[in-house]
Design a protein around this ligand. Sequence first.
Ligand code: GA4
Length: 332
Amino acid sequence: MVVLSQPVPFDNHISVIPTYRPVPVLTSQSIPVVDLTDPEAKSQIVKACEDFGFFKVVNHGVRPELMTRLEQGAIGFFALPESLKNQAGPPEPFGYGSKRIGPNGDVGWIEYILLNANTQLSSPKTSAVFRQTPQIFREAVEEYMKEVKEVSCKLLEMMAEELGIEPRDSLSKMVRDEKSDSCLRLNHYPTAEEEAEKMVKVGFGEHTDPQIISLLRSNNTAGLQICVKDGSWVAVPPDHSSFFINVGDALQVMTNGRFKSVKHRVLADTRRSRVSMIYFGGPPLSEKIAPLQCLVPKKEDWLYKEFTWSQYKSSAYKSKLGDYRLGLFEKQ
Ligand code: GA4
């Protein structure tokens, strides 16, 4: 592996997309919105996971004050001088990163902090994040992780019930496990006012999330786009009070392809900065991932081979962001 010691200049290799081809904006009619207090919520969630692998959740129970507190803390960190931020980087994969995403040459118009949900206190790079920030930031991170983990587990239990998966906690227990390999990503997509108006920068290139489920919350700056069934990209209107949920690769496998791991990307807004926080609910490293027996009893009907989460992760970290990672695990 080639290790670059110099930072990549801001403009180098970051893809740009002409803005004269605007993508359709998903309206509240077309984007699935699930109110968690609605008695129909379970069936709506399953339909959204089948049709889009993506939906928005309202009435989720996470305190708006906590969301704002975490956002403010993240803004505080990103406002620090580069030299201090760099003490928490480069990410391995946890810690502070700027422009480079993953170890294989992907770049974006972004800076970020990646935190492991379980060992954040013991990793040297993430301890450096908290050394540079006030104690209230660390507290906000911890409280937030607890609350979003609960929402993730609730969603996974609602899915399991609707799909008839027994026991009901078959999916959620992987995320609830104290060894669960979950993480939190805090992203900052800076403004780019000096840039030519005709082009927008790719903040985070197209990819699917490897884990089971992702919960994204952003400020009110646009940028997130999802790829729908016909292959076209649609812009998701931002909503700082809601969560946007992505089905991840592991859930696609466990449902034998019934739920789709949604391809998504973020285009940076040239005038307004975007701050997002994403919780990725993942299984423990030793967990075996395969289509669930109760959904697909006959092994010959399985579309995927069984693998451990640790095997999937190591292959993911050998891939480029936009690669189709599930290909390696499909049955011939
Ligand atoms: C995409 C989803 C999450 O942000 C992430 C990313 C990870 C990283 O940034 O370290 C990866 C990417 C993500 C998938 C392929 C590999 C790993 C960068 C990369 C090129 C934290 C994750 O789990 O997978």
